[in-house]
Design a protein around this ligand. Structure first.
Ligand code: PLP
Length: 381
């Protein structure tokens, strides 16, 4: 979301001046510093920077020991990576409906739990926090792990806590479309030192030769390479400094636009922490009304953000993996399939839901003018 600017350019220059962009190289400090600052902001003990949000989810699931035979609950409205990550560690994703808050429905979670369910991945979509109180209560009662997908919600808070810092682990993305932007990047957050050590081992197969295994007395296992560079670390430090002010601007504009639209009779999607809301979704009675409203500039009907809807996750629906034998669905304890009509409630809600841009780069009066123009664009609601 944020554009890169001059200060990011200077930050990149600082990393280059060192003559080596390797994060474990001599004089390297940017990636380490980012991890410390990001963990402090979130209020968690550990943060691990990785090379993407998908890597963050895979590293988190691997750290938690999720694998073959396990089922992982994911919402039917999210970027496909949330459903792909369990597959990449050998587990099977199980689709769960969202509710009108556009996030995973806790009641629908209960209906999808089987004896094989190991974890829930609630996704804080488009800066909208999930109903974490309800989700954590279910997880505790049913002994399930919670790995928050906060890829679209860095800096978003839920009842005073940061999204991604509430469950057992949190995953973040820093690709070009997210709240912090370094082209590609991600992070894992957790309070659990063992989970952190395992995530760090998974993200860097060379972790043992860096002395990492000594710290938490964990036997090394075979990992991958998801390491971030100093260049990314340096720019992430800049992006992190800009995150707080950006979220503050979004919250102010959200309040202004919400006031104008509700006074004009619009129905806003329920929000799990209205007081700190940083994005806004309008709900209509019919899909046609929503499609009409989405003709306005700055408005998107969520059903048309196609790749985020399960019906468009072709490889998942077909249960197709790179190698036919490395197929988690063959290892599941029961037949798990994905019919296009599996989550009709999700499709119905997304068809009636429109996201309204909050224009955080413009002065606040622009948001007010835009909101009034939007309100006038609909004759009767
Ligand atoms: C972006 C995103 C991811 C994956 O992040 P990448 O950095 O693109 O790998 C995962 N989940 C959600 C909800 C996302 O928006």
């Amino acid at each position: 979301m944020p554009k890169l600017g001059l200060t990011d350019w200077f930050a990149a220059g600082q990393a280059i001046v060192n003559g080596d962009l390797y994060r474990y190289g001599q004089g390297a400090r940017h990636a380490d510093r980012f991890e410390r600052r990001f963990a402090d902001m979130l209020g968690v003990r550990h943060a691990l920077a990785v090379n993407s949000g998908t890597s963050a989810l895979v590293a988190a699931l691997s750290a938690a020991g999720v694998g073959p035979g396990d089922e992982v609950l994911v919402p039917a409205y999210t970027w496909m990576a949330t459903a792909a990550a369990p597959v990449l560690v050998g587990a099977a994703p199980v689709l769960v409906d969202i509710d009108e808050s556009l996030t995973i429905d806790p009641k629908a979670i209960e209906r999808q739990i089987t004896p094989y369910t190991r974890a829930i991945i609630p996704v804080h979509m488009i800066n909208l926090p999930c109903d974490m109180d309800a989700i954590m209560a279910i997880a505790r009662r049913r002994n399930l792990l919670v790995i928050e997908d906060a890829c679209q919600a860095a800096g978003v808070t839920y009842k005073g806590k940061h999204c991604g810092a509430i469950g057992d682990m949190g995953a973040f993305s820093f690709n070009s479309f997210k709240n912090m932007n370094v082209g590609e990047g991600g992070a894992v957050a957790t309070n659990d030192s063992i989970l952190f050590a395992r995530a760090r081992n998974y993200h860097d197969l060379g972790a043992p030769i860096r002395g990492h295994e000594d710290t938490f007395n964990q036997a090394a296992f075979v990992g991958a390479n998801m390491r971030i560079t100093e260049l990314h670390g340096a720019i992430l430090n800049r992006q992190l400094s800009k995150l707080g002010p950006m979220m503050a601007r979004l919250r102010v504009r959200r309040r202004i636009v919400a006031d104008v639209l509700t006074q004009s009779g619009f129905k806003l999607a329920p929000h799990h922490d209205e007081a700190s809301a940083a994005s806004l979704v309008v709900l209509f009675d019919t899909a046609e009304q929503a499609a009409d409203f989405a003709r306005n500039p700055g408005v998107t009907r969520l059903l048309d953000s196609s790749k985020h809807v399960y019906t468009n996750w072709e490889a998942i629906l077909a249960r197709r993996t790179a190698h036919p034998k490395m197929n988690p669905w063959a290892w599941a304890h029961r037949e798990i399939t994905y019919e296009p009509d599996a989550c009709l409630r999700t499709l119905d809600i997304l068809g009636r839901a429109c996201r309204v841009t909050l224009a955080q780069r413009f002065p606040t009066p622009v948001s007010r003018v835009m909101a009034h123009r939007l309100a006038r664009s609909v004759r009767s609601i």
